[in-house]
Design a protein around this ligand. Sequence first.
Ligand SMILES: [Zn+2]
Length: 251
Amino acid sequence: MIDAHCHLDEFENIPETIATAKQSGVTHLISCGTGMTSIQKTLELTEKYPEIYVAVGLGYSLRSRNLLATQKKLFKLLNHPRVAAIGECGLDYPLGITETDKNFQKDLFKMHVELAEKSNLPLVIHSRNAHEDISNIVKPNMPAQAHCFVGTLGQMHDCVTRGWYISFGGILTFKKSVDLREVAGSVPNDRLLIETDSPYLSPEPFRGQPNNPSNVRIVAEALAEIKQTSLSEIDALTTANTKSLFSKISI
Ligand SMILES: [Zn+2]
């Protein structure tokens, strides 16, 4: 089983977190950077732990006036053998966000999209109320993970048409996520990914507590129920899909 999106650098006890994940059957983890320090820390972890792959990105909230210099710094990291993706990145539009804030986010996101184009690495995309703007910025035929997907059926179909993978996390298990479970049921099997976004977004019954990568199994179990199939089938297909999108992951 692969946790296709987590933030290992944010854990206090990283060795224990990884050991527990391995005991639960997690074979690989894609740990996403959210800033320069976080990326460096995650890259250092790859030296100790062969199961970690890294997504290089700065998130969506950084306000930089010199994105070109930032892009150059990030570009230098992309040759690292365990860098498997660009992200996380994307757009996050809370209620009442200003146009200025949206524009800062769009510029930062465009910088990440350019990096993905130059490096041929897939994008790890965060989207909150921003599907349209994201669709306009990402060029056709760019591979991507729609991370922690919470969109509509129409948005899911749009992502799939673009060749993206739909990645579900703990929100799928929340009682109120009735519509999301219906959307998940319609995702083609060859586009499904599972993730935790840990230490955030714990699935039920651990909602509100810190999350960890071993809980990816709970997401897989929820998907198995939705798809009316076995846990081992979900494990097999999501593992294959993750390796297909993040092609740097070795078996
Ligand atoms: Zn994340």
